[in-house]
Design a protein around this ligand. Structure first.
Ligand code: FES
Length: 178
C-alpha cells in the first residue's frame, strides 16, 4: 500500500471512536488505536500518524515515541508474519538460542532477515515480560510460550496456511487476526 492510498475502513474508524469513548482522555487511547491501524494496514504510515493526531489531540512526537518504543509496532510495511523471539537472559537459559537456530533452519534465513517471499521475518527481541514462560515468541498481539521445536513447527505450518494459531495469551478466538 502506498502512503497516498492510506484509508481506514469505516469499521476501523468506528473502532477508534469507540475506543476514544472508553478512556478518560483521548490521549489514553493511543496504544489501542495504533493496534486498530496495525490490524488493518500492518503498520502505521505517516498518514496514519496524522489520523491519530487529529483524533486523539496528541503530538506527532508523542505518537512516534510510542511507535518506536514498542517492538511490535511498525512504521514501515513488514513481512506477513514477523516472528520476534525473546533472546534475553531467562529465555536464553530456557533454550532460546537453539530455538532460534531451529527457526533459522526452517525458514532459511538468519535472525534479522526476511524470507524472499516476504512471508516471514525473524527477529530477536529483548524481554517480552513472560520470563517464567520461556522460551517465547511474539507475533503481533500473540505471545507463544514454553516453545519447543515441535511447537514452532506447528505454528509455522499454521501460518503457511494463513491461520494465526491461538496463542497462550490470546483473549480472542483462534484465527481472529494477527
Ligand atoms: S527473558 Fe524472555 S520474556 Fe523475559
Amino acid at each position: 500500500m502506498s502512503e497516498n492510498s492510506f484509508t481506514l475502513s469505516a469499521e476501523s474508524l468506528a473502532q477508534i471512536e469507540a475506543l476514544i469513548a472508553q478512556y478518560p482522555t483521548k490521549a489514553s487511547a493511543l496504544m489501542p488505536c495504533i493496534w486498530v491501524i496495525m490490524d488493518e494496514v500492518g503498520h502505521v504510515p505517516p498518514a496514519g500518524v496524522d489520523l491519530l493526531m487529529s483524533k486523539l489531540d496528541v503530538s506527532r512526537a508523542r505518537i512516534y515515541e510510542v511507535l518506536t518504543f514498542y517492538t511490535m509496532f511498525r512504521t514501515e510495511p513488514q513481512a506477513d508474519y514477523t516472528l520476534q523471539v525473546c533472546h534475553n537472559i531467562s529465555c536464553h537459559i530456557m533454550g532460546a538460542r537453539p530455538l532460534i537456530a531451529h527457526l533459522e533452519k526452517r525458514l532459511g534465513v538468519r535472525l534479522g532477515e526476511t524470507t524472499p517471499d516476504n512471508m516471514f521475518a525473524l527477529e530477536g527481541v529483548e524481554c517480552l515480560g513472560a520470563c517464567g514462560m520461556g522460551p517465547c515468541l511474539q507475533l503481533g498481539k500473540h505471545l507463544y510460550e514454553h516453545l519447543t521445536n515441535e511447537k514452532v513447527d506447528k505454528i509455522l505450518e499454521s501460518l503457511r496456511k494463513g491461520i494465526v494459531p491461538t496463542a497462550d495469551t490470546d483473549r480472542l478466538p483462534a484465527g481472529s487476526g494477527e
